[in-house]
Design a binder for this molecule. Structure first.
Ligand SMILES: *Cc1c(COP(=O)(O)O)cnc(C)c1O
Length: 375
């Protein structure tokens, strides 16, 4: 039987050619030519002050937590409905994640709950652009400014998506992208830190280069390099950057393909929504998403469990997420709840992600939707 996987990493065809170029050039450590090309691409896409490749979005979030200069007990407001790294990066610095609920439409953190969760220990807000659909950045920027909080976008899923015409990743003091093989643009494992606040650029370079001013040294701005701040090693080698650059060159085409597949799901599933069997994703008119994820919301946990098994019998792999962080063992130990969690609890039980990757094809989508209809 033909099986439909949940995800299949897409390759443009140029990845190995660029890796062989990097190999031939002989510089394999980070910050070579391909890394520079990736930085330039990201800087022009997001209009940011500086972009820095990292090993992962997790690493970029960890750099953000160091840049936020948090002290033990400082609080960071974020959704509970997110991947663990959003919270874990701040917990590593001794900070306390304060979890708030999500909006019922976009499943992004509910900006109307943020102000009530602010205390005199709050230092940062970390919105997550779920499924590449922008959070309400106007409101969040206003709140951050008013309370002098750092705004850090977890844009792991948000590359080349837009809020009111501006790219995700361009709103926060900092933003973090992921190039994990399950995301739209991939490097196997990879990520980037986007720096919009010019006061943070120099320190970000230092943190990424083991706490040294090595980047300045290579630009000839200082005559020796030395340890000047706390830091770690967050830069990927050139082979990763070479692979990634091949993807970035094709990014628009990859996203167009994903959007075509996404729209086909959306069209074919409309009758089931009208019949009250499920709910489809809601994209506000001022948000331009990037086709990262197609999900459906089912009436209850039991229906979801049965549908997953039914699809599996037909060779279709569907998945759910997230275990809400406020109910995870570490979330309970290190964080606290800052609002009711009704939407988070409901969505984590009822949401189902359907296969979506560039090579999926329209015929597979017809098959998946017809199985859902049979069910
Ligand atoms: C994928 C993801 C991450 C982690 O990305 P890595 O590159 O695997 O570290 C963080 N946050 C969100 C919302 C994600 O979807």
């Amino acid at each position: 039987m033909y099986k439909i996987p949940f995800n299949k990493p897409y390759m443009t065809g140029k990845e190995l050619w660029y890796i062989s170029q990097a190999h031939h050039a002989g510089q394999l450590a980070g910050d070579g030519n391909f890394t520079k090309k990736c930085h330039q691409w990201l800087e022009s896409q997001t209009n940011c002050q500086k972009a820095l490749l990292t090993h992962s979005c997790t690493a970029a979030l960890e750099m953000s937590a160091i840049l936020a200069d948090l002290e033990p007990g400082d609080e960071v407001i974020m959704p509970s409905y997110t991947f663990v790294s959003t919270a874990n990066a701040f917990v590593l610095r001794g900070a306390v994640p304060v979890f708030i609920d999500i909006r019922p439409d976009t499943l992004n953190l509910d900006e109307t709950l943020v102000a009530a969760a602010i205390t005199n220990r709050t230092r940062a807000i970390v919105p997550v652009h779920y499924a590449g659909v922008g959070c309400e950045m106007d409101t969040l920027q206003e709140i951050a400014q008013k309370h002098q909080l750092m705004l850090i976008e977890d844009a792991a899923q948000g590359i080349m998506a837009y809020y009111k015409g501006k790219p995700l990743g361009s709103f926060g003091d900092l933003a973090c992208f992921s190039f994990h093989e399950t995301k739209n643009i991939i490097a196997g494992e990879g990520g980037a830190l986007i720096i919009n606040n010019p006061h943070l650029s120099e320190q970000a370079e230092i943190i990424r280069e083991k706490g040294t001013n090595r980047s300045k040294f290579f630009r000839g701005q200082v005559d020796k390099y030395t340890w000047i701040e706390k830091g770690s090693s967050y830069l990927p080698g050139e082979l990763i950057a070479a692979f990634l650059y091949a993807q970035l060159e094709e990014a628009q085409a990859i996203i167009n393909t994903r959007l075509k597949l996404w729209n086909y799901y959306h069209q074919l599933l409309e009758p089931l929504e009208l019949a009250g069997k499920l709910r489809r994703p809601i994209i506000p008119p001022h948000c331009q998403h990037n086709g990262h994820m197609y999900y459906i919301i089912l009436p209850d946990l039991q229906t979801r469990t049965k549908l997953i098994a039914f699809l599996q019998e037909q060779g279709i792999n569907s998945v759910f997420h997230y275990v809400p962080l406020h109910s995870s063992p570490a979330g309970q130990r290190y964080g606290r709840v800052g609002s009711s969690m009704d939407n988070t609890n409901r969505i984590s039980e009822c949401l189902l992600r359907l296969p979506l990757f560039p090579e999926l094809g329209l015929a597979s989508i017809e098959k998946i939707v017809s199985c859902i209809k049979d069910f």
